[in-house]
Design a protein around this ligand. Structure first.
Ligand SMILES: O=P(O)(O)OC[C@H]1O[C@](O)(CO)[C@@H](O)[C@@H]1O
Length: 388
């Protein structure tokens, strides 16, 4: 599958590999949790069983005729249907699994289950958690810091918010208690870029709702409030995806949660509401955000939208895989080379939760390889990569 100059595409074929474990272990566990969280009627539960059987031992079948996005998926599925879920690219099979899960649960079909987010119970519980309350209370302290320390505190909060991802915690346990290691940090170059550019639009490719989106929104407010950004566009998912990925409904829930908090957080929440109603903060939900493809293949309308940004901030592991390509790149491959085709300067805030790793200094990579730790997938290592 590797073209000239390209690394092999990651698939789930190797038994025991991380990608294999997502399909073989994590997805069945997720389906169990979804069923426990919501009392689905027998026909929907049966459809989930059918999906699991297909993933485990069958071949990939298409969406039913008439599916609203059937044409799109037909185009994205060339060469995939009729093969096993394990032999096609990992990015594709994982993404299609979430689309099929929604299909099984009637998410798009007119009827009583239309639009019911199967992951909402998990997202809701997280917003009510004591951790969120603590994180919001910490803003009272952060708001007293000197400006450059505020910059870095809010950026770092948005980075590490990424490890609080519900899909990831299904099989790894909450990594919250473990150490945090930043193994590449281009944040100074990103701030220099932002400060030296006329205030423009910052685009954020959002990732998870709840404990990730809250610090993302705090950073968004900071960029707007300090004039570093004249406007912010938040790209969210048009439908539930990868368990906790943020949709428009999640953005509204998070803004409400921040606005209802006591102390400085409440002020920030009010400003975020004003930014939404005044148009300085916009939410976009493009279908390509749920595509099983790298950003290099983004459609022209999305490219034209993103091209307006002074800076794009890409959140999380999945967006990172899509930015650089979900391939077994040598770990020292420059991030700038792999993102050269992206339409704007880009900052990736990512905790490592899958095998892709690039942009590492040779000695850092050597240390990580020698550490004996599962550094690529543990969620405790992170990068802030910037390409200007
Ligand atoms: O929420 P994030 O940071 O994009 O992480 C999602 C990641 O979780 C996984 O589903 C499993 O770790 C990866 O395959 C995926 O890239």
């Amino acid at each position: 599958m590797a073209g000239a100059g390209e690394a092999p595409v990651i698939t789930c074929a190797e038994v025991g590999s991380f990608a294999w474990s997502v399909l073989a272990k994590r997805h069945p566990a997720l389906v169990r949790q979804v069923r426990e969280a919501t009392p689905y009627p027998p026909e929907l539960a049966r459809a989930l069983d059918v999906l699991l059987r297909e993933c485990e031992a069958g071949v990939i079948t298409p969406l039913p005729e008439g599916a609203h996005d059937g044409d799109r998926w037909a185009a994205w599925s060339t060469g995939r249907l009729g093969r096993t879920w394990f032999e096609v690219p990992f990015l594709w099979s994982e993404s299609y699994f979430y689309r099929r899960l929604l299909e099984a649960l009637g998410y798009f079909r007119p009827g009583p289950w239309q639009g019911v987010d199967p992951f909402a119970p998990f997202k809701r519980a997280e917003l009510d958690s004591p951790e969120v309350a603590e994180e919001l209370a910490a803003l009272d302290t952060v708001s007293q810091l000197p400006p450059d320390e505020q910059d870095q505190a809010l950026l770092t909060g948005a980075l590490w918010g990424n490890k609080a991802d519900l899909g990831f915690r299904i099989s790894s346990g909450d990594p919250g208690g473990k150490g945090e290691h930043l193994v590449a940090d281009d944040s100074a170059a990103m701030w220099r870029h932002l400060v030296s550019s006329p205030p423009g639009a910052v685009y954020v490719l959002a990732d998870n709702a709840g404990r990730e989106l809250i610090p993302d929104l705090l950073l968004v407010d900071h960029l707007l409030h300090t004039g570093r950004a004249a406007a912010v566009v938040l790209h969210v998912k048009p439908q539930p995806y990868y368990v906790s990925d943020a949709t428009t409904a999640d953005v509204l829930d998070c803004v409400r949660r921040i606005a209802d908090a006591p102390g400085h957080a409440g002020i920030v929440g009010g400003r975020l509401r004003d930014a939404l109603t005044g148009g300085r903060l916009a939410v976009h939900a493009h279908p390509f955000s749920c595509a099983p493809l790298p950003y290099a293949e983004m459609p022209d309308d999305l490219r034209a939208d993103l091209a307006q940004a002074t800076l794009t901030i890409s959140k999380g592991d999945l967006n990172y895989r899509r930015l650089v390509g979900d391939r077994r790149w040598p770990g020292t491959t420059p991030f700038a080379d792999l993102t050269a085709g992206f339409p704007t300067p880009v900052l990736a805030l990512r905790t490592l939760k899958s095998d892709v790793a690039v942009g590492l200094a040779p000695d850092t990579l050597a240390e990580l390889e020698a550490s004996g730790e599962e550094w690529r997938t543990s969620g405790t290592y992170a990068v802030m990569h910037f390409r200007g």
